[in-house]
Design a protein around this ligand. Structure first.
Ligand SMILES: C[S@@+](CC[C@H](N)C(=O)[O-])C[C@H]1O[C@@H](n2cnc3c(N)ncnc32)[C@H](O)[C@@H]1O
Length: 312
C-alpha cells in the first residue's frame, strides 16, 4: 500500500511478526560491533527540534505497513521503502550542497543495522517495540489525556499507540534526525485523521540523550511526562547512565516508565538484568518486571516509578 493520508488500510501484521528475516528486529543478530566500545571519532548528535514538513509527497511511493493491536491499526511507512527514499534524497542533497551523504544514508546503503553514535538503528521495527504496544493494550495502561514521551523511538510504534489512545501530548525522540524526518513524522501523520481537531501536542526531537535532556530541562516551562516509553534502548552498557539521567530528569514525580528489552544482548553487554541492577543500586526508583516473553529470545517489560523519598 502506498503512502497517503486518511485511507483505509489492510492489515499485514504477520509479515512483521513472522521473523522472516532473522536479522530484522533483533539487535543481537544485527550488524553490531562485538562490544559496546566505539572507535568512531564522531561527536554526539546535537539536540534538535524537528517539525512536520508541509510537503510529504516524497513518501507517496512508500508502502504502508500495519500492526494490529486489539481494534487499533498502527500504520507506519515500510522501512525498506524509507531506506531507499532516504538514500535517494540524501544523495541528491549531497550533489546540490557538494557535501557528504548523511551518516544514516551511508549506514543503510552499507547494510548496517546500527553503528554506535552514528546511526542507532531507528529505521527498523525491533521486536520489543511490538511487545510494548501489545503490553500497553493488554494491560490497559492508561495514556488518555496523559503526557507521553517515547525515548529512542525509531519508527515510534509505542508512541503512535499513545497518539491513537488520545494522549494529551506525545513527544518522540530518536538519536538520528533523519529517522525522525523520514520515518517517525510521516508515520505518525498516517495515524492522524485528515481533519484533526484534537489539539494533540505532538513534538519531535533528535539527538543524544544527554543533549536532549539539557534541551528539555532548560526550557522555561519544563513540562515533565506522566508516561515514558522506550524499547530496545539498553543494548549498550555505555548508554545506561545517559538513559537513566534523562528518565530521572523528565519523569513527573507520579509518572511511570515502561521499558521493553531483551534480558541480554549477546556480544554487546546490555540487557534488562544489568539495567535493573544499576537502577536498584541508585536507590531512586521502584523497578519490577511486569511481563516476560520466553518465545524466541527472552524479553521483558520493566516498569519504573519514583520511590517515595526520591519524588522531589
Ligand atoms: C535498536 S533502536 C530501537 C528503535 C525502536 N525503539 C524500536 O524498538 O523499534 C535503538 C534506539 O535507541 C536510541 N538511542 C540509542 N542510544 C542513544 C543515545 N545515546 N541517545 C539517544 N538515543 C539513543 C536511538 O534513537 C535508536 O533508535
Amino acid at each position: 500500500m502506498s503512502f497517503q493520508f486518511n485511507f483505509d488500510v489492510s492489515v499485514d501484521e504477520e509479515q512483521h511478526l513472522s521473523g522472516e528475516d532473522d536479522n530484522k528486529g533483533n539487535p543481537e543478530n544485527a550488524s553490531l560491533p562485538t562490544d559496546s566500545t566505539n572507535n568512531s571519532t564522531e561527536t554526539l548528535k546535537e539536540a534538535k527540534e524537528l517539525y512536520t514538513p508541509t510537503d510529504l509527497t516524497a513518501y507517496e511511493s512508500c508502502a504502508v505497513d500495519v500492526v494490529k493491536v486489539g481494534d487499533l491499526e498502527l500504520c507506519f511507512l515500510n522501512p525498506d521503502d524509507v531506506e531507499s527514499e532516504l538514500i535517494i534524497s540524501s544523495f541528491s542533497q549531497a550533489l546540490k550542497s557538494e557535501e557528504d551523504e548523511s551518516d544514516v544514508s551511508k549506514a543503510v546503503d552499507g547494510h548496517s543495522d546500527l553503528i554506535p553514535k552514528v546511526y542507532e538503528g531507528g529505521l527498523k521495527v525491533w521486536e520489543c517495540s511490538l511487545d510494548l504496544v501489545h503490553f500497553l493494550h493488554d494491560a490497559e495502561i492508561p495514556v488518555k489525556n496523559k503526557r507521553v514521551l517515547e525515548l529512542g523511538c525509531g519508527i515510534g510504534l509505542p508512541g503512535i499507540y499513545a497518539v491513537k489512545k488520545e494522549a494529551a501530548a506525545v513527544h518522540f525522540q530518536d538519536y538520528n534526525e533523519e529517522v525522525i524526518e523520514h520515518m517517525t513524522i510521516p508515520s505518525v501523520i498516517l495515524n492522524k485523521p485528515e481533519e484533526d481537531s484534537t489539539n494533540q501536542d505532538l513534538r519531535y526531537l533528535s539527538g543524544d540523550w544527554s543533549l536532549v535532556q539539557k534541551l528539555l530541562t532548560s526550557e522555561e516551562q519544563c513540562s515533565k511526562y506522566d508516561v515514558i516509553l522506550t524499547s530496545e534502548t539498553i543494548y549498550s552498557l555505555e548508554s545506561y547512565d545517559k538513559l537513566y539521567d534523562i528518565l530521572r530528569a523528565v519523569l513527573r514525580p507520579t509518572g511511570v516508565i515502561y521499558l521493553a528489552a531483551k534480558t541480554h544482548y549477546f556480544g554487546v553487554g546490555g540487557g534488562t538484568r544489568s539495567f535493573e541492577d544499576m537502577v536498584k543500586q541508585r536507590g531512586e526508583f521502584n523497578i519490577e518486571v511486569c511481563k516476560t516473553y520466553t518465545r524466541g529470545v527472552k524479553r521483558e517489560i520493566l516498569k519504573m516509578s519514583f520511590l517515595e523519598a526520591a519524588k522531589d
